[in-house]
Design a protein around this ligand. Structure first.
Ligand code: ATP
Ligand code: MG
Length: 380
């Protein structure tokens, strides 16, 4: 069956589910590139698929737009089924009315910049003056004002990528799929484009399914992130939720830095799990307890984000949950220092120190671990 998705269904309130995957799989031979994934893209949000190379991000986007067929499950767009192999339903890409920015930023080299960006409007039979105004608007957004007449062949990789972004946005599609759209830009331009995209998305209320393997990009741009690994979705949530409340070690380690202290459960102290981390130090863990069974004697891993540790001079009195350490190396990063500190027993930790305090290598310090910031996991 091939049918047009009714555009009437596009009206709706923000927060509605505009695109939905139910138990969707894509299998190449015997290999499941995407396995049983569930996703909901809400109207007006940026949902990002984040995961390492080969985890199935592009395959998921290609199924959303219809360039790839699901082998199992159901994809629903604006309330109508667009892919359900069990029922032999498949709606082709040209009838899904989505925009896509491809990973390879394919633009047409034989067309000039204006024609590249105008292309999605041409197929919609829109008045010439409106096309010109729209192209101008979106070229400004991506910082390519004045490039209208340049041919696609005379552009740098980063410029081609920006043309592709403008082309994806220009027709104001109900859903925009973006596959690593900024990967060929230099760091400064990438940061700028992220902000521009976010502002633009807020202004036009676009619903965007975004793909990246860059965790800081995902955290900066997304309303929600789905962390993928080997074809499966491991966890979905807001960037803050995933960063502060990861439910599996993969998510914890994929987003930002995590400090890990191996130890052994000693027992309970009220609601806290008490852990012996060796060399006479015990820590009370008051944050998430991820252990299947945190019984006394169980090997475990205590974790904390580096910025959650308070670092004070060693002259400050040792309180509960504190460890003495020495600064071995101090790297100046601009807004802060990155430091390797030595703990008793030959262990070391990579931490961050605020710039406006006079740190020096060799200095003795005390690391204070707020109990509610510590989490405990089964030993790895
Ligand atoms: N047409 C195909 N035939 C066979 N295997 C495929 C095909 N397309 C993708 N794959 C495999 O499926 C897996 C997922 O590929 P996909 O392109 O979705 O990954 P990705 O997450 O987008 O990775 P990257 O970050 O490198 O772009 C990979 O192992 C890939 O080799
Ligand atoms: Mg990809």
């Amino acid at each position: 069956m091939t049918s047009q998705v009714s555009p009437d269904a596009a009206s709706g309130t923000p927060g509605d589910v505009v695109l939905r995957f139910d138990h969707v799989s894509r299998i190449f031979g015997a290999f499941a590139a995407v396995e049983e994934i569930d996703l909901e893209l809400h109207r007006g949000e940026i949902l990002t698929l984040l995961g390492p190379s080969g985890c199935g991000k592009t395959t998921t986007l290609r199924m959303a737009i219809g360039l790839e067929r699901a082998d199992r499950g159901r994809i629903t767009y604006r309330g109508a089924t667009v892919d359900a192999p069990g029922e032999k339903i498949f709606v082709s890409p040209e009838h899904r009315d989505m925009g896509m920015v491809f990973q390879s930023y394919a633009i047409w080299p034989h067309m000039n910049v204006f024609e590249n960006v105008a292309f999605p409007l041409r197929t919609r039979k829109i008045e010439k003056s409106v096309v010109a105004a729209k192209v101008k608007e979106f070229l400004e957004v991506v910082g390519l004002k004045g490039f209208e007449q340049r041919s696609g062949m005379q552009l740098s990789g980063g410029q081609q990528q920006r043309v592709a972004v403008a082309r994806g946005l220009v027709a104001n599609p109900d859903v925009l799929l973006m596959d690593e759209p900024f990967s060929n830009l230099d760091a400064k331009l990438r940061d700028q484009m992220r902000v521009e995209l976010k502002l633009l998305q807020r202004r036009i209320g676009a619903s965007i399914l975004f793909v990246t393997h860059d965790q800081s990009e995902a955290m900066a741009i997304s309303d929600r992130i789905a962390v993928m690994r080997a074809g499966k979705v491991e966890q979905i949530g807001s960037p803050l939720e995933l960063y502060t409340k990861p439910v599996v070690p993969f998510v914890r380690d994929f987003l930002g830095h995590t400090l890990k202290l191996p130890g052994r459960v000693v027992g309970r102290e009220g609601a806290n799990v008490r852990v012996d981390i060796g060399h006479g130090v015990t820590l009370d863990v008051g944050g998430m307890n991820h252990m299947k069974n945190a019984a006394a004697g169980a090997d475990c891993l205590v974790t904390i984000r580096p910025e959650e540790i308070n670092v004070v001079d060693q002259s400050v009195e040792a309180g509960a949950n504190s460890v003495s350490a020495g600064i071995r190396t101090l790297l100046f990063l601009g807004q802060q220092y990155e430091a390797v500190v030595d703990l008793a027993g030959g262990r070391d930790l990579l931490i961050f120190l605020p710039r406006l305090v006079g740190w020096r290598e060799g200095q003795g310090v005390r690391l204070q671990f707020p109990a509610e910031r510590l989490q405990v996991w089964d030993a790895e």
